[in-house]
Design a protein around this ligand. Structure first.
Ligand code: NAD
Length: 282
């Protein structure tokens, strides 16, 4: 495999793209620690790895806690001997809440909660891991988003948080060079369990449920509205977004890449004005 002998730590590895990346890394020969909040969810990933389940190490913790992250790194190194790749990934969404729909108090509370997970959680993960990554000349592969570059992938809170992660990526790539590479994958819409802030009462809502609702509405009306992206018929399953995470983690294939982001968002940056895709009739 591409990652034979490597050791990775994925935050938010119990579901969604984090789970898919963890299982893909294992399939590529790595051993992977997954940090998350739900024991049952983490155990499900171990089970999903089948015969390779002993290569998946489930760890509970909260990415807002420096202690939890340091403990996760320590246990990973204790169990697997080193750390080659950190994937800061745990995040929450704001369900497109516009500034015009929220009170100042709601915005203040949701800002603190969402930035604590999405931005502080990434920075603290790197703080906990950099010493081990220097030791192995390893790398960081962050989950970024279409919302790291473009509007309307969420509301202002989420968009600002994902832009902030791009700033972290660039600054950390500078601070950790030449020993540690720092890159990211800007994923687009995927069918995952992505949740919202508890402070807005959105902690149990999932993006997967929103996908299901849209699909049911399309089935009922008989009209399928393609999303406004060029690869509109591409997959929304997290498994299909994992390739760039493997490439960027690979020392041999990405040795000269740092501070870079691979957009895996269906080509949002090249959509047109008259139609999303110029070749729809091909
Ligand atoms: P998900 O909810 O399936 O996965 C996120 C994981 O992070 C969950 O397992 C959750 O329990 C965990 N988590 C959340 N808060 C945590 C905390 N405080 N401490 C520890 N773990 C925590 O959703 P996902 O879509 O796979 O999200 C992963 C990343 O992908 C996020 O950063 C998200 O912003 C990004 N993303 C998702 C989409 C999409 O359409 N789903 C699009 C672009 C970017």
């Amino acid at each position: 495999g591409w990652l034979d002998g490597d050791v990775a730590l994925v935050t938010g590895g119990g579901s969604g793209i984090g789970r898919a990346v963890a299982l893909r890394y294992v399939a590529e020969g790595a051993r992977v620690a997954i940090l998350g909040r739900s024991v049952a969810q983490l155990q499900e990933v171990v089970d999903a790895a089948g015969d390779l389940g002993d290569r998946v190490l489930p760890l509970t913790g909260d990415v807002r806690s420096p202690e939890d992250l340091h403990r996760a790194v320590d246990i990973t190194v204790e169990r697997f001997g080193k750390l080659d790749v950190l994937v800061p990934n745990a995040g929450i969404w704001d369900y497109h809440r516009s500034v015009t729909r929220l009170s100042g108090k709601e915005l203040a509370e949701a800002f603190d909660e969402l930035f604590a997970v999405n931005v502080k959680g990434y920075l603290l993960a790197v703080e906990a891991a950099w010493r081990e990554l220097v030791a192995t000349r390893g790398s960081v592969v962050m989950t970024l988003s279409n919302a790291s570059f473009h509007t309307d992938g969420g509301g202002s809170l989420y968009t600002a948080s994902k832009h902030a992660c791009l700033g972290l990526l660039r600054q950390l790539a500078f601070e950790l060079a030449p020993k540690v590479r720092v890159n990211g994958v800007a994923v687009g819409g995927m069918r995952t369990q992505l949740r919202g802030p508890a402070s807005l009462g959105l902690e149990n809502r999932t993006l997967a449920a929103s996908f299901a609702r849209n699909e049911a509405a399309e089935a009922a009306s008989g009209e399928k509205a393609p999303p406004l992206i060029p690869l509109y018929d591409s997959s929304v399953e997290p498994e299909d977004f994992t390739g760039p995470y493997v490439l960027l983690a690979s020392r041999t294939d990405s040795a000269t890449i740092t501070g870079a982001v691979i957009p895996a968002d269906g080509g949002i940056a090249v959509r047109g004005f008259r139609s999303p895709a110029g070749g729809s009739g091909l």
